[in-house]
Write a new protein. Structure first.
Length: 181
């Protein structure tokens, strides 16, 4: 058996020789590859123009049908989107029509005779009676009274009820202004 120092020394030499051998192997294989002809270097095969024309005519129908299929799919997608938007617009139109009908009912709710009755009452008595009426009717009546009389009656109502009626009157006034524009 060799002493430890002899084994260590021979291992270091062997380890240094291994990378050198690998480098030599790579250099030899690289030079061998450069001398071999490549498929990329070769000339393309000679083709006959008749073959090319025949190939193009054979695939022309299939290509045309594929283009038509793609265009048809795109048109169907667009048609679906348009139909969805039309449905949305119809829903908005129906909602707007509903608001118009509510406004007309609101206006009609306070007929002139009832307005005259509340106009002749004392403000505190009118406020007591109006607190028992539905909010929409109260707002309709107050909107047909003079601003001074309506303000006095609102002043006599409870704060919550007066606030609710004022909100209804404001909403109706806003939709009326939007309709005029």
């Amino acid at each position: 058996m060799k002493p430890v120092s002899a084994r260590i020394g021979s291992g270091v030499t062997g380890r240094a020789a291994l990378p050198a051998a690998v480098m030599l192997l790579f250099c030899v294989s690289a030079s061998a590859q450069s001398s071999m002809p490549s498929l990329l270097d070769a000339e393309p095969p000679k083709s006959n123009s008749n073959e090319i024309a025949r190939f193009c005519s054979n695939i022309a129908d299939a290509a045309r049908e594929r283009r038509y299929a793609i265009q048809k799919a795109e048109l169907e997608k667009l048609q679906t989107e348009v139909e969805e938007r039309i449905a949305l617009l119809e829903a908005k139109r129906a909602e707007l029509q509903n608001w118009v009908e509510k406004r007309e009912r609101f206006s009609e709710a306070a007929n002139e005779g009832l307005v005259d009755v509340f106009a002749q009452m004392r403000p505190d008595a009118a406020a007591q009676r109006m607190e028992k009426l539905p909010g929409e009717l109260t707002a309709a009546l107050l909107s047909k009274l003079s601003p001074r009389a309506a303000g006095t009656i609102l002043n006599e109502m409870s704060a919550d009820r007066a606030a609710m009626v004022a909100v209804i009157m404001s909403a109706v006034a806003d939709t009326g202004e939007k309709k005029k524009q």
